[in-house]
Design a binder for this molecule. Structure first.
Ligand SMILES: [Zn+2]
Length: 461
């Protein structure tokens, strides 16, 4: 785990920032999973037990946790809060405890109360993971050096924000996040804004702003200033989502005169947010419209990848690709495909976000049908790096239209080559508009999208 120092993850940035300070580390566990349904009871208990038992037996001087912040388990809604409760129960009182969080954390009052500090990313696509770990290290080091716990101020936003609208390359999020550094002055040591993961049906789901300072009034004022700015522009947090056919229609019109690819995000099938990575809605829309020079990826279908490997490059194969039988608009797509490329799934991702990470996606293939090239994989991964196309022989820069199964992370590597980015709402497991989800546990009155309907608990009329 200590080998993560050179990797662009929060723990890596934490270790680098702590280097040379003479600390001895007691690494426990570092685990991650693709977002999907609730964490199983068994997995949650196993992981939390490992951490809590280490704390109990080692009685460390301080604790650093590299958390995501939006985990929900079968039996626990606020996983990170529960972890902190159990840790505090075995740690000596006043043990400094700091955690870094993803920008998509759903931050609970319990988490804020029990940690000395929580520090979330400031970019989406997430390109500041190490920097976030380093911020957490600075706050933990201050406590270890004997400085008192800082005063906390926080606010939750009264509306949910769709993932696509959270992108910090967009004007409004960029403007809010751009204020954090400048407001960290005087008695304000740290400010965080987590825009939340708007698909977790739990009480603390949604955006939160918080900060820490030696001057309680100053940190309160800074948090209020940020939260007021977020809320004053509520309508601007909404986001335009296109139907599949409309997105293709617009992309083809733009591509007619563009010199660079038009990129469409197939956001509702983003495996990084719970999508199955195999829907056919966008592929069907491309074929129906007769789109030429289009590529789509990744499409998870191990059987199709295996068939392509068995047939070899240049072969024509008939098969049923992707989809889910019985899901409206997402039937498996039967067709005759040409095998145009093969790969073993081991790809080094050079893009800004992944920064050298290696994948192991199993057999991969390029299947072509009509004017569309499809990057098929045996493992699920969102299309966040152009190398994933190149791996099966597709040159993304040379395409007219690219359809990426990703919500926002693809922008880190694709925005520099994109004529325009469109976001499509083809059928998929991760609804892009949180107002379309069946909420049951939100606080009464929380708006399900900016300016949208307010949540009414069952039985409240
Ligand atoms: Zn995230």
């Amino acid at each position: 785990m200590l080998g993560l120092q050179d990797i662009d993850v929060p723990l890596g940035g934490f270790l680098e920032a702590m280097q040379g300070r003479g600390h001895r580390y007691l690494p426990v566990i570092w685990a991650a999973a693709c977002p999907s349904g609730p964490v199983t009871r068994e997995a949650f208990e196993l992981i939390v037990d490992a951490i809590v038992e280490a704390a109990r037996s080692e009685q460390p001087d301080a604790v650093y946790l590299d958390l995501h912040g939006a985990a929900v388990a079968e039996h626990v809604d606020d996983c990170e809060g529960e972890l902190l409760v159990r840790l505090r129960a075995v740690l000596p009182p006043q043990t400094p405890l700091v955690a870094s969080l993803d920008l998509h954390a759903n931050v609970s009052p319990q988490m804020l109360e029990l940690a000395d500090a929580l520090v979330s990313y400031r970019t989406y696509p997430h390109v500041d993971m190490s920097a976030t770990g380093a911020r957490a290290a600075a706050l933990l080091q201050a406590r270890l050096s004997g400085e008192p716990r800082l005063a906390l101020a926080w606010r939750q936003t009264p509306f949910l924000i769709a993932l696509n609208a959270q992108c910090t390359d967009l004007a409004l999020p960029g403007q809010i996040y751009g204020q954090l550094d400048a407001l960290e002055q005087g008695g304000v040591q740290h400010l965080s804004f987590a825009t939340g993961f708007p698909a977790a049906d739990i009480a603390c789901c949604g955006p939160a702003l918080w900060g820490y300072g030696s001057d309680a009034a100053a940190v309160r004022a800074a948090v209020d200033r940020l939260a007021d700015a977020v809320e004053a522009q509520e309508a601007d947090w909404d986001f335009e989502l296109l139907g599949a056919a409309e997105a293709v229609h617009r992309a083809m019109a733009l591509a007619a005169t563009a010199r660079r690819p038009v990129v469409i995000a197939d956001t509702q099938d983003n495996p990084g947010a719970g999508g199955h990575c195999n829907t056919t809605g966008m592929l069907r829309a491309l074929l129906d419209a007769g789109a030429q020079g289009a590529a789509l990826g990744l499409l998870h279908d191990p059987a199709a990848a295996a068939a392509a490997h068995a047939a070899g490059i240049g072969a024509e194969i008939e098969l049923t690709l992707g989809g889910e039988p019985g899901m409206a608009g997402n039937e498996p797509l039967y067709g005759r495909f040409t095998v145009q490329g093969l790969g073993d799934g081991r790809v080094t991702l050079p893009g800004r976000m992944m920064n050298g990470v290696q994948t192991n996606l199993g057999p991969c293939a390029q299947l072509a049908i009509g004017g569309v090239k499809i990057a098929v994989s045996s493992g699920r991964m969102q299309m966040l790096d152009r190398a994933l196309y190149r791996h099966v022989g597709i040159a993304p820069e040379a395409m007219k239209i690219l359809v990426n199964k990703s919500s926002v992370h693809f922008r880190a590597d694709f925005a520099p080559i994109a004529e325009r980015v469109l976001v499509a709402q083809a059928p998929g497991a991760m609804p892009a508009d949180p107002a379309t989800l069946a909420w049951t546990k939100l606080p009464a009155g929380k708006r399900l999208r900016p300016g949208g309907p307010a949540f009414v608990p069952t039985g409240a009329g």
